[in-house]
Write a protein that binds this ligand. Structure first.
Ligand code: HEC
Ligand code: HEC
Ligand code: HEC
Ligand code: HEC
Ligand code: HEC
Length: 303
């Protein structure tokens, strides 16, 4: 038995050696996101074009946080570590990266990268973590939107809509990419999406010279528009048309305070003082950081 000890020792050291050969230790020391992008190129490029990557540098954030001197504004815009349903604390390093790779994926508790899969990832330790397919991982920052979503009872998660997926490789580094099968790759651009005609039920009623427009949010399981701190707007314009020309136009505005909750209806009253044959409703929006309005959809009455 005693003769085997040196061999056991060698095997243990050997394993450790082999593991060390592949582990790239800086990956677990909160490196810049570009480092993650050396292998996860597609995800990195998507993230670079996301609002999460500019949450610290966005002009409107800088202005409204008084050049980042308001302490209570910092944590969600440059978090240290994202935990389910917990508001994060602010980090010291690399704040200019905003909500970056390691803040969402690295966990001090296990000293590893957490994610939605059970993977073999020699360069860094990984831990399968079901929180990543749950809305809870978004909840600590998108607090208001998360409570609205919870109240909606929707069975679709934030990721189902705001991280649409397609089958692809998670890494693009040659030759390692060929050692790993394709999986669902979730879009890290976190698109804001756009409400469309099917998301809203519209009806128009004419009564004593008054027009009542009813809008029901049947498609978006949170307020329309939604915000935590930003100031997005929705504009609803009613146009009256007679003899082929526009004879009336009036716009109402919705903010994140006055928006339409899931399965709720809002009524808008218009008083066109002219005779109209047809009406047209145009729904537009302006996200917090957008300069101009964009059209979401239109509806004609009668159509
Ligand atoms: C706002 C938090 C957030 C940020 C920032 C973020 N991720 Fe993710 N990531 C997620 C979530 C959530 C999932 C799981 C999505 C799912 O399965 O529904 C995920 C999944 C992944 C996966 C598994 C494949 C996939 O797409 O499901 C990889 C790899 C990954 N992220 C790498 C990165 C890298 C690299 C960066 C930085 C360039 C990054 N992530 C930034 C939240 C984030
Ligand atoms: C040297 C290459 C390399 C680098 C650099 C790298 N990864 Fe990975 N990562 C991998 C490999 C390989 C996998 C497994 C891929 C597979 O199974 O398809 C993986 C998987 C993942 C997963 C999925 C884990 C799970 O359990 O679902 C996440 C999340 C992830 N990496 C995040 C990161 C982050 C964040 C960084 C930067 C701190 C990073 N990676 C840097 C190679 C790398
Ligand atoms: C650490 C805090 C934090 C977490 C966690 C987080 N977000 Fe965000 N998110 C932000 C901030 C801050 C912004 C605004 C950035 C800006 O526009 O300056 C934002 C913006 C967004 C936007 C708006 C995108 C646009 O183009 O207008 C979407 C959509 C979004 N996040 C979805 C998600 C989803 C889905 C999750 C969970 C997987 C998530 N976020 C997790 C902080 C967070
Ligand atoms: C069924 C799909 C769906 C689900 C589930 C969903 N959203 Fe949305 N969300 C949308 C659509 C569509 C819009 C675009 C509304 C518009 O046209 O402005 C939107 C808009 C947003 C915006 C506004 C973008 C901006 O820049 O102001 C944020 C933030 C957001 N969602 C976060 C979340 C979070 C967080 C969750 C989970 C708690 C979630 N959403 C769940 C469909 C969804
Ligand atoms: C609990 C987390 C949290 C805190 C704290 C927070 N924000 Fe945000 N902020 C968000 C999220 C999430 C968004 C994404 C869009 C939305 O839902 O409003 C956002 C978006 C914004 C936007 C719109 C996007 C842009 O870049 O133009 C501004 C401006 C902003 N925040 C400023 C602030 C200011 C100022 C404070 C301090 C008073 C603050 N935030 C504190 C989470 C937070």
């Amino acid at each position: 038995m005693i003769y085997l000890l040196p061999f056991i020792f060698l095997i243990l050291v050997g394993c450790d050696y082999v593991e060390k050969m592949f582990v790239e230790e800086d990956l677990l020391d909160r490196p810049p996101s570009q480092r993650c992008g050396e292998c996860h190129q597609k995800i990195y490029n998507q993230w670079m074009h996301s609002r999460h990557s500019v949450s610290w540098t966005s002009g409107e954030f800088v202005r409204s946080s008084k050049n980042r001197t308001k302490k209570k504004c910092l944590s969600c815009h440059a978090p240290l570590e994202v935990l389910p349903e917990k508001q994060p604390v602010v980090r010291e390093k690399l704040r200019e990266e905003g909500v970056n790779c390691f803040s969402c994926h690295y966990r001090e508790e296990t000293g590893s990268i957490h994610g939605p899969y059970e993977v073999f990832s020699p360069p860094h330790y990984s831990t399968y973590d079901p929180d990543y397919i749950s809305s809870k991982i978004c909840a600590g920052c998108h607090r208001k939107t998360y409570s609205q979503w919870k109240a909606s009872g929707s069975d679709r998660t934030c990721q189902n809509c705001h991280m649409p997926s397609k089958k692809d490789r998670l890494i693009q580094k040659f030759p390692y990419m060929y050692f790993h099968s394709k999986k669902e790759l979730h879009n890290h651009r976190f698109p804001a999406l756009k409400a469309d005609r099917k998301d809203m039920e519209l009806s128009l009623e004419e009564k004593d010279g008054m027009v009542i427009l009813r809008v029901k949010n049947t498609g978006i399981p949170h307020r329309f528009p939604a915000a935590q701190q930003g100031n997005p707007r929705v504009y609803i314009t009613l146009k009256g048309i007679s003899g082929g020309s526009e004879v009336y136009t009036e716009t109402v505005m919705l903010t994140a305070k006055t928006g339409i909750d899931y399965m709720k209806t809002k009524e808008f009253y218009f008083f066109p003082d002219v005779k109209t044959e047809r009406f047209s409703v145009i729904v537009e929006r302006k996200l917090s950081y957008q300069e101009k309005r964009e059209v979401l959809f239109t509806a004609d009455f009668p159509d």
